[in-house]
Design a protein around this ligand. Structure first.
Ligand code: BT5
Length: 332
């Protein structure tokens, strides 16, 4: 499994480094000699890697007198193509992209324990045991969606950590609305719906001491190009993907970049101005204020009219109740 090769480090193979150079180059072609010098490997090693990249779906033109040029990339989420696009922010400066893993949250958690920098991102093409909340599973077929985890080290009290969920929810909603004609609705605390069906789910995990957060992992799962047949029959609520709703395949690299850029900007605002701006946008996007909801949590059922969100992200009901966790049904 590729996870065991990569987990815990960002060291790139020669193929990845060649790709990064081809992406970054302003010149139309890079010669074999330039590449071999930059990477300190032989020209035949460069050629071997070019052949391997072609076999993996990259279209690379080779001209004897000029060198190599990257023409097109396959539909894969590749660290070097994403980091190139995300150099100006905190989030996404370092990205680890895995072909498959158990769960990106689990990999990111271990990397954060080993000291990975704030803003590091783990992405996988397939998760064998993608996690939902409360021990539930997240269906994660290969090569069609986004499964991603972001490591943050916010200087806030552990009790305020749920506020960060709202940042990732808003980042996903903004990316969907920028790149598709679809309208989203946010459902407390961590779902994004299109036409009442779940298109994305968020799972935050935290390592903290009494009054200090060591790190938070923002786990983000978005159904991008998943087809109807790829959904299991026994989901708890109706689910969908951007492809099913719009009929158009999403460019997954472009979606990932847009979402991470939005998250970076929201996190910057959060660090400077606190939680109020995100809370305002969340309330607007959820259109939950005034709605009648039923919340189920561990068998306890509460219902009422939503009056807002408190400063830590808890849902407030007109009965005066403060809901910290649970599953919400709107209009129930
Ligand atoms: C969530 O849990 O919605 C959180 C999902 C987080 C997934 C990301 S992917 C990257 C990162 N790494 C991980 O291992 N996880 C995170 P929850 O609200 O508990 O919803 C889970 C429920 O949604 C399941 O019990 C199913 O009924 C349903 N479900 C499962 N897979 C789905 C999918 N792909 N799309 C829509 N609904 C799904």
């Amino acid at each position: 499994m590729s996870e065991s090769i990569h987990a815990g480090s960002f060291s790139q193979g020669t193929g990845d480094r060649i790709l990064a150079l081809l992406y970054e180059s302003d010149a139309p072609f890079l010669s074999g000699e330039e590449l071999s010098r930059a990477l300190n490997v032989s020209r035949s090693a460069v050629w071997k890697q070019i052949k391997a990249l072609r076999a993996a779906g990259f279209i690379i033109r080779a001209e004897p007198s000029r060198g190599y040029r990257l023409i097109a990339s396959p539909d894969r989420l590749i660290a070097s193509s994403l980091t190139r696009l995300l150099q100006n922010g905190l989030i996404g400066k370092k990205i680890l992209s895995l072909q498959e893993t158990v769960s990106t949250n689990a990999v990111a958690f271990r990397m954060a324990e080993d000291g990975a920098e704030e803003g590091s991102v783990v992405i996988a093409e397939f998760q064998s045991e993608g996690k939902g909340r409360l021990g539930r599973k997240w269906t994660s077929p290969a090569g069609v969606n986004l499964y991603c985890s972001v490591i943050l080290r916010p200087p806030i009290q552990p009790v305020a950590a749920p506020q960060l969920t709202f940042l990732s929810v808003i980042a996903v909603a903004r990316a969907i609305e920028q790149l598709t004609p679809l309208q989203t609705r946010i459902k407390w605390p961590n779902d994004i719906l299109i036409a009442g069906k779940k298109v994305a789910g968020l799972l935050n995990e935290m390592s903290a001491e009494t009054d200090k957060i060591n790190f938070v992992i923002l786990g983000i799962g978005v159904n991008l190009n998943m087809t109807r047949e790829q959904f299991p029959d026994n989901l708890r609520h109706p689910a969908t993907s951007l492809f099913i709703e719009s009929g158009v395949k999403v460019d997954r690299t472009c979606f990932t970049r847009t979402m991470l850029q939005e998250l970076d900007s929201l996190y910057g605002t959060f660090l400077r101005e606190g939680y109020a701006p995100a809370r305002g946008e969340w309330l607007e996007r959820s259109r939950l204020e005034g709605a009648h909801v039923t919340v189920t949590d561990n068998g306890a059922v509460r219902s009422g009219r939503v009056t807002g969100l408190d400063e830590y992200g808890a849902l407030l009901l007109d009965s005066g109740e403060q809901i910290l966790s649970g599953d919400v049904v709107i209009g129930g």
